[in-house]
Design a protein around this ligand. Sequence first.
Ligand code: SIN
Ligand code: FE2
Length: 287
Amino acid sequence: MPRHVSHALRIGRMPMGRPQNGRQKNQGKQQEYSKRIRHLAYLLKIKSLRGGNLVAAAVQLRLIRVKLIKAMTFHLFEQNDSSPQNEEIAPGAVFLHRFALPHEAAILQALSEITASAPFRHMVTPGGHQMSVAMTNCGLLGWISDKSGYRYSPADPQTGKNWPRMPEVFLRLATTAASEAGFAGFAPDACLINRYHPGTKLSLHQDKDERDFSHPIVSVSLGIPAVFLFGGLKRTGKTQRLPVQHGDVIVWGGPARLRFHGIMPLKPAIHPALGSFRVNLTFRKAG
Ligand code: SIN
Ligand code: FE2
C-alpha cells in the first residue's frame, strides 16, 4: 500500500473510496433540521391561532419559540461543524479543507512582510507575454519566468537581492500539510506566491521545473474563492473542478506529482482578509 494511503487510513479522517461520504451525511442532517424547523413553524401558526385562553397561548408560544431557537441553533451548528475533512481527490492527492485557517493571522502578517521587500510583479513568459497572475517568492529559491525561460533563481531579478527567507509559519504549514497527506519529511526550499484578481486565470500546466519529482507540492489558497482545476497526467485527461476557499490546502505528490492543474477565471468577490484578491502559496522542493 502506498505510504500516503496507509497514512490516510491510519489517521482515519479521510473517507476513502467514497470521498463525498462526510458531506452527504452532513447534508442529510441539515435536511433533517430544516424539516424540524418547518414543522415547528407549522405548530407555531396553528397553536397561536387557537385563541381561547390567551395566557396559555402565550406560554405555548414562548415554549415553541425556545424549541424553534434550539432547532435553528442545531441547524447552524451543523452547518459550521462541517469539520474539515481530508479528501482524497486522486491517488497521491489530498484536499485538506481549511487546514491553514488556525494560522491565518501569522500567515497574513508574514505575507505582508514578504511583499514589502519583494513586491508582486507580472513576469513575462518565454513567448513574450505578460502573465496576468502577479507573482513573488520567498525561500532559498524563487520561480521566475522571462524571455529565456522558466527556472528557479536564488535572487529576485528585480532587486538582485536574495528572495525573503521562508517564514517559520509557512514552513510549518507546508510540512504539516504534507505529512497529513502522507508525505512526511517534506522540506520545501521554494514558495511561489501568486496573486489573482477577478477575471485572472491560470491555464492547465504541470509543475516540472523542479530537480526531483519525488517531493510533493503543497498549495495553500487565501482570499476570495476560486475553482482549482485538477487534471490528469496528460493535458487532455479528465479534469476535476474543485472549489477552493480561504485556508484550503491541496497536496499532490507520488503518482499525482505531474498532474496538470490550473485555476478557472476568478469571479468578482471580496474577502475580509485580502479584499478582491486571491493569493496562493505553492511550496516545492526545487533544488
Ligand atoms: C500554481 O499552479 O502555480 C498555482 C495554483 C493555484 O493558484 O492554486
Ligand atoms: Fe502549478
